[in-house]
Design a protein. Structure first.
Ligand SMILES: [Zn+2]
Length: 128
């Protein structure tokens, strides 16, 4: 799953949480679930650009110290291992998260599902 979509999903789900800690955990759990869904991934530069934009938008909308931002970080941080493996050109067998290795969702050709999920999450973030 695109890291920016992970961040938006974690931020949206954190609206259901009472604390920053809960938001962080819910975000991390949502990462595993989302990675198991069929999706298409991007290259590292595109991932970094979109993740920066998503985190910036969440920070502007809800604040950098908000539980929504904590949820976004919890959801996006597991992809650091993807970045490290790609940047260091390590074998994918070095990945720790099961959904980054054995239980990764089927690869799709398009981004429709992720765009729809991102739109729903953005809408949830605009609710009071
Ligand atoms: Zn991932």
């Amino acid at each position: 799953m695109i890291a920016a979509v992970h961040a938006l999903t974690g931020a949206a789900l954190s609206r259901l949480c009472r604390t920053h800690g809960q938001a962080l955990v819910v975000g991390a759990v949502s990462h595993v679930v989302a990675d198991a869904l069929p999706h298409r991934d991007l290259g590292v530069p595109e991932e970094a650009l979109l993740l920066g934009a998503a985190l910036g938008a969440i920070g502007i909308m809800r604040g950098g110290g908000s539980k929504e931002f904590a949820g976004a970080m919890g959801a996006a941080l597991p992809d650091l291992e993807n970045l490290m493996v790609r940047a260091l050109k390590l074998p994918e067998s070095r990945l720790l998260l099961p959904t980054h290795r054995d239980y990764h969702g089927r690869k799709t050709r398009g981004f429709g599902g992720q765009i729809a999920l991102a739109a729903v999450c953005l809408a949830a973030l605009t609710l009071p």
